[in-house]
Design a protein around this ligand. Structure first.
Ligand code: ZN
Length: 269
């Protein structure tokens, strides 16, 4: 009998702490909780986080390495499930897996090539100007034009983002056009610089808040903040259209690259 539970990673890693278990200690604890001989294999499998089968009275259990971070009550719940031969993961176990999906990563994240020089705007110039004016020139954070992939959301576009794992600012390429005033681009870059500078703060419920009061207070120090908001409101439809056009161009370019690759393979035969 095998039980398999697949979950897809969906969130970004922000917390990295020490593991709670050594592999051998985890195996011992699980053997105790399951009440029968058990062989534990730890995996880095990205789609199957938990699976087991019984073989001659033994349990062969495969767990993602995230379980090295599981508190005892999760291990107890997991043992309970193994005793019951339950096909479904216990609620506690399921919750733990969901909360720890950030540990399921596609290998190491690498810094992408940084592209700062655009066709209309140079991000290095924008960044340096803001750095000198608002951060005493002290911020050191890489910035790049993003690829503009899949960031559209309902009623708007994500013009900039800050990646806390890479400590990298990405700016949507739709802003690299003459019609986009410098103050609008600056307000977006300034916002992302503040994310790097201020980080997140915990609220009373222990959730991390990124747009805190302090953040909002610092944000309005940018003198054209209101004008930028106003410009965004007026120009959002055009920007959305432009970003869709960018997306189409990107897909077409990819298709051309794909075809030329298969073409090359065909010719080499
Ligand atoms: Zn933000």
């Amino acid at each position: 009998m095998a039980s398999v539970l697949s979950l897809r990673p969906r969130q970004l890693a922000l917390r990295f702490e020490e593991a709670l278990w050594e592999p051998s200690g985890l195996e011992e604890a699980l053997t105790r909780e399951a009440g029968r001989p058990l062989e534990l294999t730890l995996t880095e499998n990205r789609s199957v986080l938990l699976s087991f089968r019984r073989k001659a009275g033994r349990i062969e259990l495969r767990l993602h390495r995230m379980f090295l971070h599981a508190p005892l009550f999760v291990i107890t719940a997991l043992g309970r499930g193994l005793r019951r031969r339950s096909r479904k993961a216990d609620g506690e176990v399921r919750r733990f897996m969901n909360d720890n999906l950030f540990r399921v990563r596609k290998g190491e994240r690498k810094m992408p090539p940084l592209v700062t020089r655009g066709q209309a705007h140079d991000l290095t110039e924008v960044f340096s100007r803001l750095n000198a004016r608002f951060f005493s020139g002290r911020l050191r954070v890489p910035i790049t034009w993003g690829r503009g992939s899949g960031r559209a959301r309902r009623g708007g576009l994500t013009f900039g983002s800050y990646d806390p794992v890479l400590a990298l600012i990405r700016i949507h390429p739709v802003l690299d056009r003459r019609e986009v005033p410098v103050y609008f681009l600056e307000s977006v870059v300034h916002h992302e610089m503040l994310h790097h500078h201020l980080g997140g703060v915990s609220d009373r419920a222990g959730r991390t808040v990124y747009h805190s009061r302090a953040f909002r207070q610092a944000e309005v120090l940018y003198p054209w903040h209101r004008e930028a908001l106003h410009w965004e409101k007026e120009n959002l439809p055009q920007l959305l259209r432009a970003s869709q056009a960018l997306g189409r161009e990107r897909r077409a370019a990819r298709a051309v690259a794909r075809n030329s690759r298969t073409g090359a393979r065909r010719r080499s035969r």
